[in-house]
Design a protein around this ligand. Sequence first.
Ligand code: BTN
Length: 259
Amino acid sequence: MVENNLSSASIISNLGTHFIGQRVIYYPSLTSTMEVAKQEAQLGAVEGTVIIADEQTAGRGRIKRVWLSPKGSVALSIILYPSVVNLPSLIMLASLAVVHSIEAVTGLKPQVKWPNDVLVNDKKVCGILIESSVRGNIVDYAIIGIGVNVNLRLSGFPEIQSTATSLSAELGRDAPRLRIIRQLLVEVERLYLALQAGGSIYEEWQDNLVTLGRRVRVKSGKTIYEGVAESVTKDGSLLLRHSNGNLSKIVAGDATLRD
Ligand code: BTN
């Protein structure tokens, strides 16, 4: 039987990090961990504070979408106070941390779909949402929200069945949720410290992108782009080659793999 009960103590105990996850606020059920994280950040919560819920009743995704996070999934938010130069790298950091922790704990080989979905066998297993408050060059706070479909039975969610998967579905058995969460916090700290020390995580992020070289459709605001994903820039933008040879630089959007 996989140990899957969550509590602040079970997450913090012997975690081995310096600050990420040294304060954990756990809720059995919550509207959205982003809401509480925002309130905590505005009150000046210590860096690395984690808000985690067994289930969210109003989980939110990118572009105002709803994020399903019933019991068995992972829903957490991490409060950070990065410098403004490191802010764009948080997307790369979060997706890489998820890739590494899933791989280390389950042996599955996840990949990143630009900009920050984590896929296993081309289906989405994790979504990441970054929210921040920035004034000029000052970052008041940044919150990394991570939702992982860990032990999710997809038969209960027909609306996402064609595009999403879960770790349990890929493994054919339950996945150790607590171990994945703890590994994730360790990975976030390792990458965040590397970033703060002036290191670049762009190359590693690029190497883990499933998107490059593939035909994609990208929705960015009201614009739809189609072409081959050629490369990504250091600020995380996607360079898309159109069939007429033109190149578009897309700063943010939602990509669908077409091949
Ligand atoms: C997406 O793919 O659209 C991003 C999904 C992000 C979901 C996570 S779950 C934890 C945190 N709380 C939320 O309400 N959303 C994020």
